[in-house]
Design a protein around this ligand. Structure first.
Ligand code: SAH
Length: 224
């Protein structure tokens, strides 16, 4: 595995941060499936070439178009918070570089990922195909509306900050499944939430920790 010592150092750092935040996140270690996925996915192939040297730092990095690839600790935490069952069907909103999709694809049966920025969607789809992540499907679309054709899902993850919890996404969850998303306006004051669907009309929301994501944009004509 390329750059293995750096990957192992990053994983150790993530696990340390998990222990430090245990009281907020309600766990003191990662699901072994998440650890393995974080170790296996080559983050340096998802960042622009000039940033490859920094790819195994626990930091977000710019990916162009004003967007970022999330901090690895946050990727690992959000993946863990989904608590995916075996053979899960997962929806991701905000494909970006495709890194989070690749991590999910190691754990889920299929990953459907929506991206509003056309060139990012195209580049991510090509990158995922070239790297052999054949169980990920990327589509240009507005995450506020979800992707109902493939739902309901065993988990939904949103990697940009929504201004509210989109009702369409809660509607596309299976009973018992979780929606993990940052909510808040502006870069400060966002909270990572876990919304668990309890019944056809009921859901429970837990606040996990303060986070800082790029905004989930509204597309023209989106009603939600
Ligand atoms: N998960 C990504 C990080 C994504 S950053 C990764 O691993 O690299 C957030 C992404 O959400 C950006 O690419 C942005 O273009 C996209 N985005 C913003 N608003 C959106 C919307 N309404 N629907 C879908 N994608 C959206």
């Amino acid at each position: 595995m390329e750059r293995q010592p750096e990957r192992e150092r990053l994983l150790a750092q993530i696990e340390q941060e998990v222990r430090l935040t245990r009281d907020l996140i309600g766990r003191d270690r990662l699901d072994p499936r998440v650890r393995e996925a974080m170790l296996q996915v080559p983050r340096h192939l998802f960042v622009p070439e000039y940033l490859r040297g920094d790819a195994y730092l626990d930091a977000p990095l710019p990916i162009g178009h004003g967007q970022t690839i999330s901090q690895p600790y946050i990727v690992a935490l959000m993946t863990d918070l989904l608590q995916l069952p075996a053979h899960a069907m997962v929806l991701e909103v905000g494909t970006g570089s495709g890194y989070q999709s690749a991590v999910l694809s190691r754990i889920a049966e299929r990953v459907y990922s929506l991206e509003l920025t056309v060139p990012l969607a195209e580049a991510a789809a090509e990158r995922l195909r070239e790297l052999g992540y054949g169980n990920v499907e990327v589509k240009v679309g507005d995450g506020y509306l979800g992707w109902p054709e493939h739902g309901p899902y065993d988990g939904i993850i949103v990697t940009a900050a929504a201004d509210h919890t989109p009702a369409a996404l809660v509607a596309q969850l299976k009973p018992g499944a979780k929606l993990v998303l940052p909510v808040g306006r502006g870069f400060s004051g966002q909270e990572l939430l876990v919304v668990t669907k309890e019944g056809p009309e009921s859901a429970r929301t837990q606040q996990v920790l303060p986070v800082s994501f790029v905004p989930l944009r509204h597309s023209e004509g989106s009603a939600d």
